[in-house]
Design a protein around this ligand. Structure first.
Ligand code: NAD
Ligand code: LMR
Length: 326
């Protein structure tokens, strides 16, 4: 067995982590032959609850779980990690947009970014989950210049999975029959779920559903699914978010299947006219622990307009956190 991979997780006593940590300890990110160590961060008042989570992790006797550290010291949690999953942040409630969280949550990511910059390994893989995820990742990147900026990403895999599920239901297909889904942009209601290249059991999705459904039902259903879950559940998605994080990391580490891709919010390389460095969701393939943005798709004018509107929202969010971009 190889040396354990060290994974930092923030907000580890919260709702998402209560589903996610057990999946990670089971080997769902790094695979069945790779031991993992968990470095779990919480705020001081939640340390008691975090100890209870550790008790349950222990009680699972996961063969791949090497050790678990519980701490309220970000330096301890973030030192020398191979991956850092930034979940800890306030969730929104009914009637709020994710960007309404920015004044409370943005400062968490400037401060943790500075600490990651000091103690983190330059090649550690980062995914930001706490909302608004793209802008929080942008803040973290600005505060952590020692970390490879390519490795600072945000979660849109939950949206990608939601989109696959909606298309499968509409076409009476299995989710495993769907390939080449795309989520462009911000993890917000301006995101652009796009079936232009999607296939359903090898057939073009655009031949199976009409354009009106794709634009007037599919896009808003996926983009507003987070709010629908909050309305139904009274609190934001947790198990499906945890699954999205595990999928995001597993694809990044283990690769994407031939002939398919996934959506990840990553620093733009300027593709599709999106400002370089902005954390924006693109279709990517992953191989050998790295990702490549698919940069040669032909997008329609209508989609391009929506993609630019999502970029404009990211610019607005960035303007509100100027003081955190040290
Ligand atoms: P939660 O309130 O259940 O848990 C958050 C945890 O973070 C709490 O235990 C809290 O004590 C901890 N925390 C707060 N500040 C911290 C800090 N500075 N350092 C370490 N820990 C800290 O919330 P949740 O349901 O787990 O959601 C967490 C975040 O994820 C929210 O912002 C939510 O909106 C977001 N989210 C994002 C997606 C996505 O797809 N990107 C999906 C679901 C939820
Ligand atoms: C989601 O998409 O479910 C999360 O971002 C939580 C939320 O606030 O919608």
């Amino acid at each position: 067995m190889s040396e354990p991979k060290r994974i930092a997780v923030t907000g580890a006593a919260g709702q998402i982590c209560y589903s996610m940590l057990f999946r990670i300890a089971n080997g769902d990110i790094y695979g069945p032959d790779q031991p993992v160590s968990l470095q779990l961060l919480e705020i001081t008042p939640a340390l008691g609850l975090l100890e209870a989570v550790k008790m349950e992790l222990d009680d699972c006797a996961f063969p791949l779980l090497h050790d678990v550290v519980c701490t309220d010291d970000p330096k301890v949690a973030l030192t020398d990690v191979d991956a850092a999953l930034f979940v800890g942040a306030k969730p929104r409630g009914p009637g709020m947009e994710r960007k309404d969280l920015i004044s409370d949550n943005g400062k968490i990511f400037s401060s943790l970014g500075q600490i990651l910059n000091e103690v983190g390994s330059p090649e550690c893989k980062v995914v930001v989950v706490g909302n608004p995820a793209n802008t929080n990742a942008y803040i973290l990147k600005a505060n952590a210049p020692n970390i490879n900026p390519r490795n600072i990403t945000a979660l849109t895999r939950l949206d990608h999975n939601r989109a696959i599920s909606q298309l499968a239901a509409k076409t009476d297909a299995k989710v495993s029959d769907i390939t080449k889904m795309v989520i462009w942009g911000n993890h917000s209601t301006t995101q652009v779920p796009d079936i232009t290249w999607a296939t359903v059991d090898g057939k073009a999705a655009t031949d199976l559903v009409d354009t009106a459904w794709a634009h007037d039902t599919f896009i808003p259903t996926v983009a507003k699914r987070g709010a629908a879950v909050i309305d139904a559940r009274g609190s934001s998605s947790a198990a499906s978010a945890a699954n999205g994080v595990v999928d995001h990391m597993a694809s990044w580490v283990q690769g994407t299947p031939d002939g398919d891709w996934v959506s990840m919010a990553v620093p733009s390389d300027g593709s599709y006219g999106i400002e370089e460095g902005l954390i924006y969701s693109f279709p990517v393939t992953c191989k050998d622990g790295d990702y490549t943005i698919i940069d040669d798709l032909t997008v329609t004018d209508a989609m391009k307009e929506k993609m630019l509107a999502s970029q404009a929202e990211l610019h607005e969010e960035r303007d509100t956190v100027k003081d955190l971009l040290s």
